[in-house]
Design a protein around this ligand. Sequence first.
Ligand code: AHR
Length: 501
Amino acid sequence: RDFVIGDTDPRLFGAFVEHLGRCVYGGVFEPGHPTADARGFRTDVLALVRELGPTIIRYPGGNFVSGYNWEDGVGPVADRPARLDLAWLSTEPNAFGTNEFVDWCRAAGVEPMLAVNLGTRDGDAARNLVEYCNHPGGSAWSDMRIRHGWPEPHGVRFWCLGNEADGPWQMEHRTAREYGRKAAEAAKMMRWIDPSIELAACGSSGRNMATYGAWEDEVLEHTFDHVEHLSLHHYFTNYRDDAAAYLASPDVMDQFIEEVVAVADGVAARRRSGKRIMLSFDEWNIWYRTRDDGGRPRERWQVAPPLLEEVYTMEDALVIGGACISLLNHADRVRTACLAQLVNAIAPIMTETGGPAWRQTIFWPFAQMSRLGRGSVLRARVRSDAYRAACHDRRGAQDLVFPVEAPYLKAAVVADARGVTLFLLNRHLAERMSVSVEARGFGALAATEAFQLHHHDLKARNDRNEPLRVRPTPLGSVRAGGGAVSLDLEPASWNVVRLEG
Ligand code: AHR
Protein backbone atom coordinates (compact mmCIF):
# COMPACT_ATOMS: atom_id res chain seq x y z
CA ARG A 1 0.00 0.00 0.00
CA ASP A 2 2.96 2.29 0.67
CA PHE A 3 4.64 1.91 -2.74
CA VAL A 4 2.93 4.62 -4.77
CA ILE A 5 4.03 5.47 -8.32
CA GLY A 6 1.69 8.43 -8.53
CA ASP A 7 -1.93 9.49 -8.37
CA THR A 8 -3.84 9.28 -11.62
CA ASP A 9 -4.66 12.69 -13.04
CA PRO A 10 -8.31 12.68 -14.14
CA ARG A 11 -7.07 13.78 -17.58
CA LEU A 12 -5.35 10.43 -18.09
CA PHE A 13 -8.70 9.10 -19.31
CA GLY A 14 -9.19 11.40 -22.29
CA ALA A 15 -10.25 10.90 -25.90
CA PHE A 16 -10.15 12.80 -29.17
CA VAL A 17 -12.66 14.27 -31.64
CA GLU A 18 -11.21 15.38 -34.97
CA HIS A 19 -12.87 16.71 -38.09
CA LEU A 20 -12.03 13.44 -39.78
CA GLY A 21 -14.38 11.16 -41.68
CA ARG A 22 -17.59 10.61 -39.70
CA CYS A 23 -16.24 11.50 -36.28
CA VAL A 24 -18.00 14.88 -36.06
CA TYR A 25 -20.61 14.75 -38.86
CA GLY A 26 -22.65 11.58 -38.46
CA GLY A 27 -20.82 10.84 -35.21
CA VAL A 28 -21.26 13.26 -32.35
CA PHE A 29 -23.32 15.65 -34.51
CA GLU A 30 -26.14 14.54 -36.77
CA PRO A 31 -29.07 16.96 -36.97
CA GLY A 32 -32.13 15.05 -38.12
CA HIS A 33 -31.08 11.79 -36.47
CA PRO A 34 -33.97 10.34 -34.40
CA THR A 35 -31.96 10.78 -31.20
CA ALA A 36 -30.54 14.24 -32.01
CA ASP A 37 -31.33 17.07 -29.59
CA ALA A 38 -32.16 20.62 -30.64
CA ARG A 39 -28.46 21.32 -31.21
CA GLY A 40 -27.99 18.28 -33.45
CA PHE A 41 -26.06 16.28 -30.82
CA ARG A 42 -26.81 12.56 -31.02
CA THR A 43 -28.04 11.64 -27.55
CA ASP A 44 -27.44 7.92 -28.16
CA VAL A 45 -23.77 8.77 -28.74
CA LEU A 46 -23.74 11.01 -25.68
CA ALA A 47 -25.08 8.14 -23.57
CA LEU A 48 -22.32 5.82 -24.80
CA VAL A 49 -19.70 8.52 -24.24
CA ARG A 50 -20.86 8.86 -20.62
CA GLU A 51 -20.62 5.09 -20.22
CA LEU A 52 -17.14 5.04 -21.78
CA GLY A 53 -16.08 7.71 -19.31
CA PRO A 54 -13.58 9.99 -21.07
CA THR A 55 -12.69 12.98 -18.94
CA ILE A 56 -11.15 15.38 -21.44
CA ILE A 57 -11.53 15.55 -25.23
CA ARG A 58 -8.96 16.92 -27.67
CA TYR A 59 -10.33 18.89 -30.64
CA PRO A 60 -10.39 19.78 -33.62
CA GLY A 61 -7.35 17.74 -34.77
CA GLY A 62 -5.04 16.02 -35.46
CA ASN A 63 -3.80 16.62 -38.96
CA PHE A 64 -6.93 18.67 -39.61
CA VAL A 65 -5.92 21.45 -37.20
CA SER A 66 -2.78 22.25 -39.19
CA GLY A 67 -4.93 23.84 -41.92
CA TYR A 68 -7.87 25.01 -39.82
CA ASN A 69 -9.07 28.61 -39.61
CA TRP A 70 -10.95 28.59 -36.32
CA GLU A 71 -12.85 31.74 -37.38
CA ASP A 72 -14.58 29.63 -40.09
CA GLY A 73 -16.31 27.60 -37.38
CA VAL A 74 -17.89 30.39 -35.31
CA GLY A 75 -20.78 32.79 -35.92
CA PRO A 76 -24.03 32.21 -37.79
CA VAL A 77 -23.89 28.78 -39.42
CA ALA A 78 -25.37 30.07 -42.68
CA ASP A 79 -22.42 32.44 -43.05
CA ARG A 80 -19.71 29.85 -42.47
CA PRO A 81 -17.61 28.85 -45.48
CA ALA A 82 -17.09 25.35 -46.83
CA ARG A 83 -13.36 24.66 -47.10
CA LEU A 84 -11.19 22.04 -48.71
CA ASP A 85 -9.45 20.15 -45.91
CA LEU A 86 -6.06 18.99 -47.14
CA ALA A 87 -5.47 16.64 -44.21
CA TRP A 88 -8.25 14.24 -45.19
CA LEU A 89 -8.98 15.52 -48.72
CA SER A 90 -12.55 16.23 -47.66
CA THR A 91 -14.89 19.21 -47.75
CA GLU A 92 -15.34 20.78 -44.33
CA PRO A 93 -18.79 22.42 -44.05
CA ASN A 94 -17.96 24.15 -40.73
CA ALA A 95 -21.46 23.53 -39.33
CA PHE A 96 -19.78 22.40 -36.09
CA GLY A 97 -17.03 24.53 -34.59
CA THR A 98 -15.44 25.59 -31.31
CA ASN A 99 -18.61 26.81 -29.57
CA GLU A 100 -20.61 23.75 -30.56
CA PHE A 101 -17.73 21.58 -29.35
CA VAL A 102 -17.61 23.27 -25.96
CA ASP A 103 -21.40 22.89 -25.63
CA TRP A 104 -21.09 19.24 -26.59
CA CYS A 105 -18.38 18.75 -23.93
CA ARG A 106 -20.65 20.26 -21.28
CA ALA A 107 -23.45 17.90 -22.39
CA ALA A 108 -21.06 14.93 -22.21
CA GLY A 109 -19.62 16.02 -18.84
CA VAL A 110 -16.04 16.25 -20.16
CA GLU A 111 -13.38 18.94 -20.23
CA PRO A 112 -12.52 20.48 -23.62
CA MET A 113 -8.88 20.44 -24.80
CA LEU A 114 -8.15 22.62 -27.81
CA ALA A 115 -5.33 22.37 -30.35
CA VAL A 116 -4.23 25.48 -32.23
CA ASN A 117 -3.05 25.62 -35.82
CA LEU A 118 0.73 26.02 -35.90
CA GLY A 119 0.91 24.61 -39.44
CA THR A 120 -0.55 27.12 -41.89
CA ARG A 121 -0.99 29.72 -39.13
CA ASP A 122 0.95 31.07 -36.22
CA GLY A 123 0.91 32.56 -32.74
CA ASP A 124 -1.35 35.42 -33.78
CA ALA A 125 -4.29 33.18 -34.69
CA ALA A 126 -3.61 31.08 -31.59
CA ARG A 127 -3.66 34.00 -29.16
CA ASN A 128 -6.83 35.32 -30.80
CA LEU A 129 -8.51 31.97 -30.21
CA VAL A 130 -7.50 32.03 -26.52
CA GLU A 131 -8.96 35.54 -26.28
CA TYR A 132 -12.14 34.44 -28.05
CA CYS A 133 -12.60 31.44 -25.76
CA ASN A 134 -11.31 32.55 -22.37
CA HIS A 135 -11.38 36.33 -22.07
CA PRO A 136 -14.51 37.49 -20.21
CA GLY A 137 -15.34 40.45 -22.49
CA GLY A 138 -14.45 44.00 -23.44
CA SER A 139 -12.09 43.09 -26.29
CA ALA A 140 -12.77 42.48 -29.96
CA TRP A 141 -12.49 38.68 -29.93
CA SER A 142 -14.19 38.09 -26.58
CA ASP A 143 -17.03 40.43 -27.53
CA MET A 144 -17.42 38.49 -30.75
CA ARG A 145 -17.96 35.29 -28.71
CA ILE A 146 -20.59 37.13 -26.68
CA ARG A 147 -22.31 38.32 -29.87
CA HIS A 148 -22.22 34.75 -31.16
CA GLY A 149 -24.34 33.69 -28.18
CA TRP A 150 -21.82 32.57 -25.53
CA PRO A 151 -21.73 35.30 -22.86
CA GLU A 152 -19.63 33.25 -20.44
CA PRO A 153 -15.99 32.46 -21.22
CA HIS A 154 -15.36 28.82 -22.11
CA GLY A 155 -12.46 28.53 -19.63
CA VAL A 156 -10.47 26.08 -21.74
CA ARG A 157 -7.47 25.08 -19.64
CA PHE A 158 -5.47 22.65 -21.77
CA TRP A 159 -4.04 23.71 -25.15
CA CYS A 160 -1.96 21.78 -27.68
CA LEU A 161 0.60 23.77 -29.64
CA GLY A 162 -0.13 22.35 -33.08
CA ASN A 163 -0.02 18.72 -34.11
CA GLU A 164 2.65 16.26 -35.28
CA ALA A 165 4.87 19.01 -36.66
CA ASP A 166 7.61 16.39 -37.17
CA GLY A 167 5.55 14.50 -39.79
CA PRO A 168 6.05 15.14 -43.52
CA TRP A 169 2.31 14.41 -43.96
CA GLN A 170 1.51 17.52 -41.92
CA MET A 171 0.55 20.81 -43.55
CA GLU A 172 3.63 23.00 -43.02
CA HIS A 173 5.80 20.24 -41.57
CA ARG A 174 8.82 21.77 -39.82
CA THR A 175 12.23 21.03 -38.42
CA ALA A 176 12.48 20.79 -34.63
CA ARG A 177 14.16 24.17 -34.50
CA GLU A 178 11.53 25.86 -36.68
CA TYR A 179 8.68 24.31 -34.73
CA GLY A 180 10.29 24.88 -31.34
CA ARG A 181 10.76 28.59 -31.99
CA LYS A 182 7.25 29.01 -33.34
CA ALA A 183 5.66 27.04 -30.47
CA ALA A 184 7.59 29.03 -27.84
CA GLU A 185 6.43 32.35 -29.27
CA ALA A 186 2.82 31.19 -29.60
CA ALA A 187 2.89 29.82 -26.04
CA LYS A 188 4.18 33.09 -24.66
CA MET A 189 1.38 35.12 -26.24
CA MET A 190 -1.35 32.61 -25.40
CA ARG A 191 -0.31 32.67 -21.75
CA TRP A 192 -0.14 36.46 -21.70
CA ILE A 193 -3.84 36.41 -22.63
CA ASP A 194 -4.70 33.78 -20.01
CA PRO A 195 -2.05 32.86 -17.41
CA SER A 196 -4.13 29.94 -16.11
CA ILE A 197 -3.76 27.79 -19.25
CA GLU A 198 -1.59 24.68 -19.57
CA LEU A 199 0.34 24.07 -22.77
CA ALA A 200 1.63 20.98 -24.53
CA ALA A 201 4.38 21.12 -27.16
CA CYS A 202 4.53 18.51 -29.92
CA GLY A 203 6.81 15.58 -29.27
CA SER A 204 7.31 12.89 -31.89
CA SER A 205 4.35 11.54 -33.79
CA GLY A 206 5.68 8.07 -33.08
CA ARG A 207 8.64 6.20 -31.67
CA ASN A 208 9.20 5.00 -35.23
CA MET A 209 10.11 8.46 -36.52
CA ALA A 210 13.70 8.91 -37.76
CA THR A 211 13.97 12.16 -35.78
CA TYR A 212 12.65 10.60 -32.53
CA GLY A 213 14.67 11.63 -29.47
CA ALA A 214 16.55 14.44 -31.20
CA TRP A 215 13.18 16.06 -31.93
CA GLU A 216 12.09 16.09 -28.26
CA ASP A 217 15.48 17.39 -27.19
CA GLU A 218 15.53 20.34 -29.56
CA VAL A 219 11.84 21.23 -29.20
CA LEU A 220 12.23 21.36 -25.42
CA GLU A 221 15.40 23.38 -25.76
CA HIS A 222 13.16 26.13 -27.18
CA THR A 223 9.93 25.54 -25.29
CA PHE A 224 11.05 24.26 -21.86
CA ASP A 225 10.23 27.51 -20.05
CA HIS A 226 6.90 27.94 -21.83
CA VAL A 227 5.13 24.58 -21.57
CA GLU A 228 4.03 22.11 -18.92
CA HIS A 229 3.60 19.11 -21.21
CA LEU A 230 5.19 17.34 -24.16
CA SER A 231 3.05 15.15 -26.41
CA LEU A 232 3.53 11.54 -27.51
CA HIS A 233 1.52 9.71 -30.17
CA HIS A 234 1.44 5.98 -30.77
CA TYR A 235 -0.68 3.68 -32.91
CA PHE A 236 -0.28 -0.06 -32.38
CA THR A 237 -0.16 -2.24 -35.49
CA ASN A 238 -0.42 -5.93 -36.31
CA TYR A 239 0.55 -5.99 -39.98
CA ARG A 240 2.18 -9.40 -39.56
CA ASP A 241 -0.80 -10.95 -37.80
CA ASP A 242 1.45 -12.17 -34.98
CA ALA A 243 -0.77 -12.31 -31.90
CA ALA A 244 2.01 -12.97 -29.36
CA ALA A 245 4.09 -10.02 -30.56
CA TYR A 246 1.00 -7.85 -30.82
CA LEU A 247 0.03 -8.52 -27.18
CA ALA A 248 3.61 -7.71 -26.15
CA SER A 249 3.54 -4.35 -27.96
CA PRO A 250 2.18 -2.30 -25.01
CA ASP A 251 5.63 -2.89 -23.49
CA VAL A 252 7.02 -0.79 -26.35
CA MET A 253 4.72 1.98 -25.10
CA ASP A 254 6.40 1.65 -21.68
CA GLN A 255 9.79 2.09 -23.32
CA PHE A 256 8.55 5.07 -25.32
CA ILE A 257 7.27 6.83 -22.18
CA GLU A 258 10.43 6.12 -20.21
CA GLU A 259 12.67 7.36 -23.03
CA VAL A 260 10.74 10.62 -23.44
CA VAL A 261 10.89 11.18 -19.67
CA ALA A 262 14.66 10.66 -19.88
CA VAL A 263 15.06 13.17 -22.73
CA ALA A 264 12.85 15.75 -20.98
CA ASP A 265 14.77 15.34 -17.73
CA GLY A 266 18.03 15.56 -19.68
CA VAL A 267 16.96 18.98 -20.97
CA ALA A 268 16.07 19.94 -17.38
CA ALA A 269 19.49 18.74 -16.21
CA ARG A 270 21.30 20.88 -18.81
CA ARG A 271 19.48 23.88 -17.37
CA ARG A 272 20.00 22.79 -13.73
CA SER A 273 16.21 23.03 -13.50
CA GLY A 274 13.97 21.26 -11.02
CA LYS A 275 11.01 21.66 -13.39
CA ARG A 276 9.58 18.37 -14.63
CA ILE A 277 7.85 18.31 -18.00
CA MET A 278 4.77 16.09 -17.88
CA LEU A 279 3.74 13.88 -20.77
CA SER A 280 0.55 14.27 -22.74
CA PHE A 281 -0.05 10.99 -24.57
CA ASP A 282 -2.67 12.78 -26.59
CA GLU A 283 -3.08 10.22 -29.37
CA TRP A 284 -2.98 6.49 -28.73
CA ASN A 285 -4.89 3.61 -30.22
CA ILE A 286 -4.66 0.84 -32.81
CA TRP A 287 -4.55 1.92 -36.44
CA TYR A 288 -3.25 -0.11 -39.35
CA ARG A 289 -6.03 -1.72 -41.34
CA THR A 290 -7.23 1.57 -42.82
CA ARG A 291 -3.83 3.23 -43.10
CA ASP A 292 -3.01 2.92 -46.81
CA ASP A 293 -2.18 6.29 -48.27
CA GLY A 294 -2.25 7.76 -44.75
CA GLY A 295 -5.98 6.99 -44.50
CA ARG A 296 -6.93 9.48 -47.19
CA PRO A 297 -9.95 8.71 -49.40
CA ARG A 298 -9.78 7.68 -53.07
CA GLU A 299 -12.61 10.01 -53.99
CA ARG A 300 -11.67 13.53 -52.93
CA TRP A 301 -13.71 16.38 -51.43
CA GLN A 302 -16.64 14.43 -50.01
CA VAL A 303 -18.29 15.73 -46.84
CA ALA A 304 -17.65 13.32 -43.94
CA PRO A 305 -16.70 10.22 -45.95
CA PRO A 306 -16.25 7.00 -43.94
CA LEU A 307 -12.52 7.16 -43.15
CA LEU A 308 -10.35 5.13 -40.76
CA GLU A 309 -13.34 3.00 -39.75
CA GLU A 310 -11.39 0.16 -38.20
CA VAL A 311 -13.56 -2.58 -36.77
CA TYR A 312 -11.73 -3.89 -33.73
CA THR A 313 -11.28 -7.48 -32.60
CA MET A 314 -10.96 -9.27 -29.28
CA GLU A 315 -7.20 -9.25 -29.81
CA ASP A 316 -7.27 -5.47 -30.26
CA ALA A 317 -9.17 -5.10 -26.98
CA LEU A 318 -6.35 -6.98 -25.22
CA VAL A 319 -3.75 -4.62 -26.68
CA ILE A 320 -5.80 -1.62 -25.54
CA GLY A 321 -6.02 -3.22 -22.08
CA GLY A 322 -2.23 -3.59 -22.09
CA ALA A 323 -1.85 0.06 -23.12
CA CYS A 324 -4.19 1.11 -20.27
CA ILE A 325 -1.86 -0.73 -17.89
CA SER A 326 1.17 1.03 -19.40
CA LEU A 327 -0.45 4.44 -18.96
CA LEU A 328 -1.52 3.72 -15.37
CA ASN A 329 1.94 2.51 -14.44
CA HIS A 330 3.40 5.86 -15.54
CA ALA A 331 0.87 8.02 -13.71
CA ASP A 332 3.70 10.02 -12.16
CA ARG A 333 4.65 11.52 -15.54
CA VAL A 334 1.82 10.82 -17.99
CA ARG A 335 -0.79 13.26 -16.81
CA THR A 336 -2.92 13.43 -19.93
CA ALA A 337 -3.79 10.80 -22.49
CA CYS A 338 -6.34 10.73 -25.30
CA LEU A 339 -7.66 7.60 -26.93
CA ALA A 340 -7.71 8.51 -30.60
CA GLN A 341 -10.44 8.84 -31.46
CA LEU A 342 -13.97 8.77 -30.00
CA VAL A 343 -16.56 8.03 -32.69
CA ASN A 344 -16.33 6.19 -36.04
CA ALA A 345 -12.74 7.07 -37.01
CA ILE A 346 -10.49 4.57 -35.16
CA ALA A 347 -12.98 4.70 -32.35
CA PRO A 348 -14.54 2.77 -29.47
CA ILE A 349 -18.01 4.00 -30.50
CA MET A 350 -19.49 3.41 -33.95
CA THR A 351 -22.63 4.84 -35.47
CA GLU A 352 -24.77 4.01 -38.46
CA THR A 353 -25.83 7.20 -40.21
CA GLY A 354 -29.53 7.52 -39.34
CA GLY A 355 -29.22 4.29 -37.34
CA PRO A 356 -27.97 3.00 -34.00
CA ALA A 357 -24.68 3.46 -32.16
CA TRP A 358 -22.72 0.50 -30.79
CA ARG A 359 -19.63 -0.36 -28.74
CA GLN A 360 -16.46 -1.76 -30.29
CA THR A 361 -14.42 -4.40 -28.44
CA ILE A 362 -11.91 -1.75 -27.30
CA PHE A 363 -14.68 0.15 -25.53
CA TRP A 364 -14.56 -2.21 -22.54
CA PRO A 365 -10.99 -1.96 -21.21
CA PHE A 366 -11.02 1.81 -21.62
CA ALA A 367 -14.35 2.18 -19.79
CA GLN A 368 -13.14 -0.02 -16.95
CA MET A 369 -9.86 1.84 -16.65
CA SER A 370 -11.69 5.17 -16.55
CA ARG A 371 -14.20 3.99 -13.93
CA LEU A 372 -11.86 2.06 -11.66
CA GLY A 373 -8.43 3.55 -12.39
CA ARG A 374 -8.82 6.68 -10.26
CA GLY A 375 -6.50 6.75 -7.27
CA SER A 376 -2.89 5.96 -6.38
CA VAL A 377 -1.14 3.59 -8.75
CA LEU A 378 0.95 1.14 -6.74
CA ARG A 379 4.30 -0.26 -7.82
CA ALA A 380 3.20 -3.86 -8.19
CA ARG A 381 6.02 -6.37 -8.22
CA VAL A 382 5.03 -8.97 -10.80
CA ARG A 383 6.67 -12.37 -10.92
CA SER A 384 5.70 -14.17 -14.08
CA ASP A 385 7.29 -16.18 -16.86
CA ALA A 386 8.17 -14.05 -19.84
CA TYR A 387 8.49 -14.52 -23.60
CA ARG A 388 10.60 -12.85 -26.26
CA ALA A 389 8.68 -10.96 -28.88
CA ALA A 390 9.67 -9.01 -31.95
CA CYS A 391 7.12 -6.20 -32.02
CA HIS A 392 6.73 -4.81 -35.48
CA ASP A 393 5.95 -1.44 -36.96
CA ARG A 394 6.57 0.47 -40.17
CA ARG A 395 8.17 3.73 -41.11
CA GLY A 396 6.69 4.35 -44.55
CA ALA A 397 7.57 1.23 -46.55
CA GLN A 398 10.36 0.27 -44.16
CA ASP A 399 9.85 -2.54 -41.60
CA LEU A 400 10.97 -1.88 -38.04
CA VAL A 401 11.35 -4.41 -35.23
CA PHE A 402 11.25 -3.56 -31.53
CA PRO A 403 12.32 -6.51 -29.39
CA VAL A 404 10.82 -6.95 -25.93
CA GLU A 405 10.94 -9.52 -23.14
CA ALA A 406 7.27 -9.59 -22.15
CA PRO A 407 6.03 -11.12 -18.88
CA TYR A 408 2.91 -13.18 -19.63
CA LEU A 409 1.17 -11.25 -16.87
CA LYS A 410 0.98 -7.50 -17.32
CA ALA A 411 -0.58 -5.74 -14.34
CA ALA A 412 -1.50 -2.40 -12.83
CA VAL A 413 -2.82 -1.87 -9.31
CA VAL A 414 -4.73 1.23 -8.25
CA ALA A 415 -5.64 1.95 -4.64
CA ASP A 416 -8.11 4.43 -3.22
CA ALA A 417 -9.63 5.11 0.19
CA ARG A 418 -12.01 2.14 0.01
CA GLY A 419 -9.85 -0.53 -1.55
CA VAL A 420 -7.83 -1.56 -4.54
CA THR A 421 -8.40 -2.49 -8.19
CA LEU A 422 -6.31 -5.01 -10.10
CA PHE A 423 -5.99 -4.73 -13.89
CA LEU A 424 -4.56 -8.00 -15.19
CA LEU A 425 -3.71 -9.03 -18.73
CA ASN A 426 -2.90 -12.69 -19.35
CA ARG A 427 -0.89 -12.63 -22.59
CA HIS A 428 -0.47 -16.38 -22.80
CA LEU A 429 -2.36 -17.43 -25.90
CA ALA A 430 -2.95 -21.01 -24.85
CA GLU A 431 -2.69 -21.39 -21.09
CA ARG A 432 -4.83 -20.38 -18.16
CA MET A 433 -2.92 -18.57 -15.46
CA SER A 434 -3.23 -18.93 -11.69
CA VAL A 435 -2.44 -15.65 -10.00
CA SER A 436 -1.78 -15.11 -6.31
CA VAL A 437 -1.78 -11.57 -5.03
CA GLU A 438 -0.21 -10.53 -1.78
CA ALA A 439 -1.77 -7.19 -0.91
CA ARG A 440 -0.11 -5.81 2.21
CA GLY A 441 -1.35 -2.79 4.11
CA PHE A 442 -5.03 -3.13 3.26
CA GLY A 443 -6.35 -5.46 5.96
CA ALA A 444 -8.90 -8.05 4.91
CA LEU A 445 -10.18 -7.61 1.37
CA ALA A 446 -13.21 -9.03 -0.39
CA ALA A 447 -13.98 -8.91 -4.09
CA THR A 448 -16.82 -6.51 -4.86
CA GLU A 449 -16.58 -6.66 -8.67
CA ALA A 450 -14.69 -8.97 -11.01
CA PHE A 451 -14.88 -9.04 -14.79
CA GLN A 452 -13.07 -10.76 -17.60
CA LEU A 453 -12.93 -10.01 -21.30
CA HIS A 454 -12.27 -13.22 -23.15
CA HIS A 455 -13.43 -14.85 -26.36
CA HIS A 456 -12.21 -18.12 -27.82
CA ASP A 457 -11.82 -16.38 -31.19
CA LEU A 458 -9.21 -13.62 -31.07
CA LYS A 459 -10.63 -12.22 -34.30
CA ALA A 460 -14.18 -11.89 -32.88
CA ARG A 461 -15.67 -8.43 -33.42
CA ASN A 462 -18.76 -6.53 -32.48
CA ASP A 463 -20.91 -5.10 -35.21
CA ARG A 464 -24.30 -3.53 -35.74
CA ASN A 465 -26.05 -6.92 -35.82
CA GLU A 466 -24.21 -8.45 -32.88
CA PRO A 467 -23.07 -5.43 -30.87
CA LEU A 468 -22.29 -7.41 -27.71
CA ARG A 469 -20.53 -10.45 -29.17
CA VAL A 470 -17.41 -9.38 -27.22
CA ARG A 471 -18.28 -7.98 -23.81
CA PRO A 472 -17.10 -8.37 -20.21
CA THR A 473 -18.49 -11.28 -18.23
CA PRO A 474 -18.21 -12.01 -14.50
CA LEU A 475 -14.93 -13.53 -13.37
CA GLY A 476 -15.98 -16.24 -10.95
CA SER A 477 -12.60 -17.51 -9.83
CA VAL A 478 -11.63 -14.83 -7.28
CA ARG A 479 -10.86 -16.13 -3.79
CA ALA A 480 -9.99 -13.47 -1.22
CA GLY A 481 -9.02 -14.09 2.40
CA GLY A 482 -7.10 -11.69 4.62
CA GLY A 483 -4.63 -9.82 2.42
CA ALA A 484 -4.26 -12.73 0.02
CA VAL A 485 -6.21 -13.02 -3.19
CA SER A 486 -6.04 -15.74 -5.78
CA LEU A 487 -7.71 -16.06 -9.11
CA ASP A 488 -7.52 -17.91 -12.41
CA LEU A 489 -7.31 -16.10 -15.70
CA GLU A 490 -8.38 -17.43 -19.09
CA PRO A 491 -5.72 -17.48 -21.81
CA ALA A 492 -5.56 -14.20 -23.75
CA SER A 493 -7.81 -12.33 -21.34
CA TRP A 494 -8.22 -8.89 -19.78
CA ASN A 495 -9.40 -8.96 -16.17
CA VAL A 496 -10.47 -6.32 -13.67
CA VAL A 497 -10.96 -7.12 -9.99
CA ARG A 498 -12.16 -4.65 -7.40
CA LEU A 499 -11.38 -5.48 -3.76
CA GLU A 500 -12.62 -3.62 -0.74
CA GLY A 501 -12.05 -3.96 2.99
O1 AHR B 1 -5.87 10.14 -35.38
C1 AHR B 1 -5.63 10.12 -36.76
C2 AHR B 1 -4.41 10.95 -37.15
O2 AHR B 1 -3.26 10.34 -36.64
C3 AHR B 1 -4.35 12.35 -36.58
O3 AHR B 1 -5.05 13.28 -37.32
C4 AHR B 1 -2.89 12.65 -36.62
O4 AHR B 1 -2.49 13.54 -35.63
C5 AHR B 1 -2.22 11.29 -36.51
O5 AHR B 1 -1.29 11.09 -37.49
